[in-house]
Write a protein that binds this ligand. Structure first.
Ligand code: KG4
Ligand code: ZN
Length: 354
């Protein structure tokens, strides 16, 4: 049995969690949304300052809610990349400080590996959070869709990853955010667009499915973003006069284009590679239209498809704790705590390399 304290400060959420093996005992996420909202995106130095102000309290609260004393913790797992350098720095520094002062093992976790494993988080009673989730079977295929990444990853085993496709420009979440900004819907765009799309006509505005015909597994969203910009310019006057009538159709059409673009490549990869399971995770995976459309396709294909529980789609430290637990089992600890440094651009393929 292992008790892990996990920390994630990769972007704009200060997150701390406590896990007993793969079971979440507590998960604290202190969002900085209010700070960054007014700037229309995350401001790295403001994120750093907010992390610094909140990290100690989040750690204290996570331990308290878990009912665990720091002395009992076996290892500290911390996100060391990818992410914003000034933000990552706060978590890494704190984790090193705790490991040194309290003589704990230190585990460096790749943020994307956290998203990838998140469908397999369990409750404190040992049940998977997600409905009908079963134990992992390899090889599996993972689609990670977040604000910074869109990656298709073949997983041989935990820790053994191969990126088979990724975005050539913007990430899927970034496309939601940028189109949200064009429509003056505020930041982040994803949740608002999903809400407004609920009553919209998905076929009203013809938008491209970028890279639809390319035979690789890569994605591209900048062309879709430009197509949205032209469309918005064309309907500008209508939009001003009848915003509430038009916006649901536009949001639904855009959302459908993103969902289709993701699904086309995911399905192609599943058909070609025949994985035993498919995982879809990351901030965008909370999107219900994406979930429904994927579920109905994969039911037909007969491949198990799992998503994280909605509270673990966005950035959180519980997923870092789970990836940390898998590393704990493999004995992948940082040998010299002082040497750990943040790695803002590290890819998931190097997640087993110190
Ligand atoms: O994984 P995440 O919390 O942060 C990163 O690691 O990037 O993902 C944040 C992204 C944002 O771009 C946000 O717009 C998107 O997830 N997102 C959504 C929804 N909720 C959040 N995208 C589509 N539909 C949603 N409901
Ligand atoms: Zn993330």
């Amino acid at each position: 049995m292992s008790l892990i304290l996990a920390i994630d400060t990769s972007c704009d959420d200060t997150s701390v969690a406590v896990l007993r093996d793969d079971c979440v005992l507590s998960s604290i996420v202190s969002s900085q949304m209010d700070i960054h909202k007014q700037w229309g995106g995350v401001v790295p130095n403001l994120a750093r300052r907010a992390h610094e102000e909140r990290i100690d309290y989040c750690i204290e609260l996570a331990l308290k809610r878990a009912g665990i004393k720091l002395e009992k913790i076996d290892a500290i797992a911390v996100t060391y990349g990818p992410g914003l350098a000034p933000a990552l720095e706060v978590g890494v520094r704190k984790a090193k400080e705790l490991a040194l002062r309290h003589n704990k093992k230190l585990i460096a976790v790749n943020h994307m590996e956290g998203h990838l494993v998140s469908p397999f988080l369990k409750t404190r009673y040992g049940d998977y959070y997600g409905k009908n989730v079963t134990d992992p079977r390899f090889p599996l295929l993972s689609l990670c869709v977040s604000g910074g990444h869109t990656e298709l990853v073949r997983v041989e085993w935990w820790g053994k990853y191969k990126i088979i496709g990724q975005t050539l420009d913007d990430a899927a979440g970034e496309a939601f955010d940028k189109v949200g900004r064009m429509l003056e819907l505020g930041y982040p765009g994803g949740p608002v667009i999903e809400f407004l799309a609920l009553k919209g006509d998905r076929e009203k505005y013809p938008l491209p499915r970028p890279m639809e015909w390319s035979q690789d597994y890569n994605f591209s969203f900048s062309g879709l973003k430009t197509a949205c910009l032209y469309s918005i310019q064309k309907i500008k006057q209508e939009l001003e006069a009848r915003f509430h009538e038009i916006i649901p159709d536009f949001c639904a059409s855009f959302q459908e284009a993103v969902v289709d673009s993701l699904l086309i490549k995911l399905e192609r990869a599943v058909n070609n590679l025949q994985p035993k399971m498919v995982l879809v995770s990351g901030g965008v995976s909370v999107n219900k239209r994406l979930r429904r459309k994927c579920q109905s396709r994969f039911r037909k294909l007969g491949v198990p498809l799992y998503f994280p529980h909605k509270k673990f789609c966005m950035d959180n430290a519980a997923m870092i704790g789970l990836a940390g637990y898998y590393k704990y089992q493999r004995g992948e600890f940082i040998q010299n705590v002082n040497t750990l440094d943040r790695r803002p651009s590290i890819t998931i393929e190097y997640s087993s390399v110190e």
